[in-house]
Design a protein around this ligand. Structure first.
Ligand SMILES: [Fe+2]
Length: 189
């Protein structure tokens, strides 16, 4: 698998205006895909969750990521300039944070022989905000992106999900909740 395959699988990388940031995000995704073995199993088979959705849920982890990014982009387009006037809100931090927020799920989740979502050995030790934050740091992503990854999940974040000190993380967290929450409403167990 190559960086170009990552751009094809997740074309929302192209929303990033900074080419270096785009490449670093794709490199982190590529490492996660290969470490998790999803280049062989198919990235579209990486689950949305383990044990929280019915087996007939049509959405998967890849679709979730793409929808969170596109939702975050819509929100940024609506209020980004206004937030910048009041203080700060960086477009590429929002998009990179949304792109990377669940990258750790590629290491956290696996599928068993019957195709059922299960936790991987790594996932039992390091839940996805931790492994995702580690991958982002390893690939030189900005601190604010790492913060978004670490803090996006209420129950699993090392900061308890309560620490959202930058506007970019508020946008990503809520975009994630729109997408996750509506699918859970329809297909949650
Ligand atoms: Fe998410």
């Amino acid at each position: 698998m190559t960086i170009n395959d990552v751009y094809e699988l997740i074309p929302e990388h192209n929303l990033l205006r900074d080419e270096e940031l785009k490449r670093k995000c794709a490199e982190a995704w590529l490492e996660a895909i290969e470490l998790g073995g999803w280049d062989k199993k198919g990235l579209e088979n990486c689950p949305l969750s383990v044990g929280l959705m019915r087996p007939d849920c049509p959405s998967n982890g890849l679709e979730h990521i793409r929808k969170v990014v596109s939702t975050a982009e819509v929100v940024y387009n609506e209020i980004g300039d206004w937030l910048q006037e009041m203080g700060e809100c960086d477009h590429d931090i929002v998009i990179a944070g949304a792109l990377m927020h669940d990258v750790g799920k590629l290491l956290e989740y696996d599928i068993d022989e019957e195709g059922k979502p299960v936790y991987s050995k790594t996932g039992k030790m390091f839940r996805h905000p931790i492994s995702g934050g580690y991958l982002c740091a390893k690939h030189g992503l900005p601190k604010k992106v790492i913060h978004i990854v670490l803090s996006h999940s209420a129950g699993l974040s090392p900061q308890g999900g309560k620490n959202c000190p930058i506007p970019e993380s508020v946008i990503v967290k809520h975009a994630d909740e729109y997408i996750w929450g509506s699918v859970h409403l329809l297909y949650g167990v």
